[in-house]
Write a protein that binds this ligand. Structure first.
Ligand code: FE2
Length: 274
């Protein structure tokens, strides 16, 4: 049986790397928070990380666009998009294969990629949290941008599936979940650069309270209206929260208009101090 040792939510904009200015105190605070998270995950010594990110029409196109996709195989390759360096990242192939098979059994018609190429949704946070790229990952894509977008409860169901897979693993591997994306942001629209701090704070209040029901009840259209066409990426946080519901802990939040995003890092479920 595997062990779910921690679950986190972090923003993933490539701008926090491409447009990082060390002399800016807000930028510095965000990078400092990522540094602390890096140390925390290092102490947890996970055997693998399931990284739930969003697709930005980099890895898949309109010819076949998955709602949920699992990367399988032995390695994944960063696209090198958005100013985030490319890298080879080991893939936890045993876990990925079981997630795919158990998902089918549980009613998830999961797509899969046997040659996963991962963009900044994965590589931006990984380059800050684990630049060594030496912890095997399982990349999981959720559609948060390309209509029709699945309802948010589907992401909660995915979190339950991932938890169940951890519980059925044949060895006591230590698993960290990392949901990436959000918070409020508008992409390639006239509102780009706007941050809805009230929406972001409401989301983080729900994280602190472990109020998964409130988040799952939100409609995608309402999320887009309030917090931008990039905000449905919070579905990746919902997946992690649903894996082990309970109060979370916000590690950092900053409205960063020059990165066009509300940036946050959070523990998304209760855990022992690492
Ligand atoms: Fe994104």
């Amino acid at each position: 049986m595997g062990v779910l040792v921690a679950g986190y939510g972090v923003s993933h904009t490539a701008m926090m790397i491409r447009k990082f200015r060390p002399e800016d105190p807000i930028h510095q605070r965000v990078h400092h928070a990522f540094g602390r998270l890096r140390e925390e995950i290092d102490r947890l010594a996970p055997d693998l990380m399931v990284v739930i990110g969003s697709e930005h029409l980099n890895s898949f196109g309109y010819e076949a666009f998955p709602q949920i996709c699992v990367g399988i195989g032995q390695t994944c390759t960063g696209w090198g998009d958005g100013g985030v360096a490319s890298a080879q990242v080991p893939l936890a192939g045993g876990f990925a294969a079981q997630l795919l098979e158990d998902g089918l059994e549980a009613g998830f018609d999961l797509a899969f990629s046997g040659n996963p190429r991962i963009d900044h949704a994965f590589m931006a946070p990984l380059s800050l949290i684990r630049p060594e790229m030496d912890i095997p990952v399982v990349p999981v894509w959720q559609n948060a941008s390309t209509e029709p977008i699945p309802p948010l409860w589907r992401s909660a169901d995915l979190g339950v599936l991932i938890r169940d897979v951890v519980g059925r693993r044949p060895s006591a591997e230590r698993v960290v979940l990392l949901g990436t994306g959000g918070l409020s942001h508008w992409v390639a629209t006239p509102d780009m650069g706007t941050v809805n701090t009230a929406f972001d704070e409401g989301l983080l209040d729900a994280v602190r309270a472990g109020d998964l029901d409130r988040l799952v009840a939100m409609k995608i259209a309402d999320v887009v209206t309030a917090a931008g066409n990039g905000a449905p990426e919070i579905r990746n946080w919902i997946t992690v929260m649903a894996a082990q519901p309970g109060p979370g802990d916000v590690l950092a939040y900053a409205s960063v208009p020059d990165w066009a995003t509300g940036i946050a890092l959070a523990r998304l479920f209760p855990q022992d101090a690492p």
